[in-house]
Write a protein that binds this ligand. Structure first.
Ligand code: NAP
Length: 541
């Protein structure tokens, strides 16, 4: 009998390896990149712990060399989707009744396997399959995945510890049941760690999961799934079903046992899921919990007291790292006329130095965008800027998709603060700048707040402390993650819980206890030691 009350240690964030030339980590990574570049693997579905092949095949290619096939994958059809739901429901009783300490041990083990044995596998597959350079991959696929796993386990222990009071006549407790049914996790391409979190957070709390990974992140996501199996996650707790989003979504959302959706991706996709759930409400056993982190149109505002070099650096890193394909990427900037020429000069100088190309060359700050659809979509916005008097391209603006999906980091100056690239999410290496008259600072803050339907991240720059506080108040609802004198990207688990409101999502803060709570349906249990034997109350005498 195991009656230990296990004390989880407050975790620290996984150290980021430096990959300096000739470092042991660089040598191991290069070897793994070469290995994965020279093989073509087959990715099956994994349902109930068993590999399933449908013969309906798709290809995984490198974004920077789209003729290079890394893997073929099997697509789930109706039969396999239903099998995945059945497998999740079948294992539920065993999984939720397993002690939470033992469940936690599996997730700690997954974190340790990613940190040690599979660090280079996960990094190389993210680099080659999703077009990330080594730094972007290391902070995401490895470090953030590990942080989610370790912090969530700590937060789960804190949640389970939150108990009501009892007295001498009664005993009260909260049983943090997992949701009744299964959870549908749908992950985006742009962060391997989000794939990790969307499945493992509900599973840690005792839920079983049907996981629909993004089609363009299958290589790393499949390797993650193999790590889960090696760590001892029982078959059926997470079921991996690649395939077309709409096919899988329609079937899963029609199932009466759908208990929750853990989604990250585009706002329109989430709106579609929400509507479908609404249509099906009468069919469900419970109200499904909907947790979605969606799009962004993230801003940087500089006050005239800001430091121009700091602003320029934040804009370059914030807008162009991972080709701007971060939900948090700086996408619109509001800069005072008095600082503009200095900020512009710094930015242009940096952009002229920046190199673009293959992920395997660490000198390349910019790599390819994820696929042809994204390439065409982003270039469409650049074309709009080329063909208007309301804006001008200051640098960049060219794209080439002949070998890989490359788009130059592009800075647009908008003369109309409502020019389309100031308002809509582009999700690519495009930054639009609006230069405001210094005396119109207050009006500009209103513009920032009201220009886009999103409210994910935002950054303000000022040396004047009173102005920082003022801007923070004025932009209270404009962003769920708000930065003083820093770029709006790079949130770390445990340090800056992540998520936004308005059309950016349900703001349940991935990497925080608030998210984990959503995967529970608490039951309050009261026990009375000596039950009443007379229906009358004393006041009735
Ligand atoms: P996406 O096109 O919305 O896809 C996200 C996931 O949804 C993919 O797995 C996709 O599958 C799936 N999907 C599409 N239609 C579906 C349907 N009808 N039913 C079920 N699943 C469906 O987004 P993305 O291009 O991968 O990611 C970019 C977006 O994610 C951006 O808008 C970005 O801002 C947002 N994002 C937000 C956050 C945040 O924390 N707020 C973080 C990262 C990304 P397929 O791949 O097969 O199409």
């Amino acid at each position: 009998m195991n009656n230990a009350i296990c004390e989880m240690v407050d975790p620290h964030n996984e150290p980021v390896y430096s990959y300096l030339p000739n470092s042991p980590e660089r040598i191991k990574l290069l070897k793994e990149l070469e290995r994965q570049s020279n093989i073509e693997i087959e990715i099956p579905l994994i349902i109930g712990g068993k590999e399933v092949r449908t013969g309906n095949i798709g290809k995984v290619v490198m974004p920077h060399d789209h003729g290079h096939v890394l893997a073929t994958y099997h697509k789930a059809g109706e039969k396999e989707i239903k099998m995945a739901i059945d497998a999740a429901l079948a294992v539920k009783e065993e999984w939720m009744t397993m002690s939470w300490v033992e469940r936690s041990a599996i997730f700690f083990k997954i974190a340790d396997l990613i940190a040690k044995k599979y660090r280079y596998t996960i990094n190389a597959s993210t680099m080659l399959g999703q077009g990330k350079n080594i730094f972007q991959s290391e902070i995401d696929a490895v470090c953030e995945s590990i942080d989610f796993l370790r912090y969530n386990t700590f937060f789960a222990s804190q949640i389970y510890n939150q108990q009501p009071k009892s007295d001498s006549a009664t005993m009260n407790r909260l049983e943090y049941r997992p949701l009744e049914g299964f959870v549908f996790a749908i992950s985006p391409f742009n962060f391997t760690s989000i794939g990790t979190n969307l499945c493992t957070a509900p599973a840690l709390m005792g839920n079983s999961v049907v996981w629909k990974p993004a089609t363009t992140s299958l290589l790393s996501n499949y390797y993650l799934m193999k790590v889960y199996e090696e760590a001892g996650l029982p078959g059926g707790v997470i079921n991996f079903i690649p395939g077309a989003g709409s096919t899988i979504g329609n079937i899963v959302l029609n199932d009466k046992n759908l208990a929750g959706i853990h989604f990250t991706g585009g706002t329109n996709t989430f709106n579609g899921l929400w509507k479908k759930v609404g249509e099906n409400l009468d069919n469900y056993v419970s109200y499904p919990k909907l947790v979605g982190e969606t799009g962004g149109k993230d801003f940087v505002v500089a006050h005239p007291s800001a430091d121009p070099l700091e602003v320029a650096t934040a804009l370059i890193r914030g807008a162009f790292e991972y080709q701007g394909q971060k939900c948090s990427a700086a996408s619109r900037a509001y800069l005072p006329k008095s600082l503009w020429s200095e900020i512009k000069n710094h930015m242009l100088k940096m952009l002229k130095e920046i190199k673009m190309g293959d992920v395997q060359d660490p000198n390349n700050f910019i790599n390819a965008v994820i696929d042809e659809t994204a390439f065409d979509f982003i270039m469409g916005y650049i074309e709009k800027a080329k063909n208007t008097k309301d804006a001008e391209i200051l640098i960049g603006g060219k794209g080439n998709k002949s070998k890989g999906y490359f788009i130059e980091p592009t800075v647009i100056q908008a003369y109309d603060p409502h020019f389309i690239t100031m308002e809509e999410e582009i999700f690519g290496p495009v930054l639009t700048v609006y230069v405001y008259e210094d005396e119109k600072f207050e009006e500009t803050l209103k513009l920032v707040d009201q220009t886009s339907p999103y409210a994910l991240t935002g950054a303000i720059f000022a040396k004047d402390r009173r102005m920082l506080s003022h801007m923070c108040r004025a932009l209270r609802y404009s962003a769920g993650n708000f930065y003083y004198n820093d770029k709006p990207t790079g949130a770390m688990v445990g340090l800056q819980p992540f998520g936004g409101a308005r059309k950016s999502g349900t703001n349940d803060k991935a990497g925080g206890y608030m998210n984990l709570i959503r995967w529970t349906s608490p039951r309050t249990i009261k026990e009375t030691f000596i039950p009443a034997t007379d229906y009358k109350y004393p006041y009735m005498d």
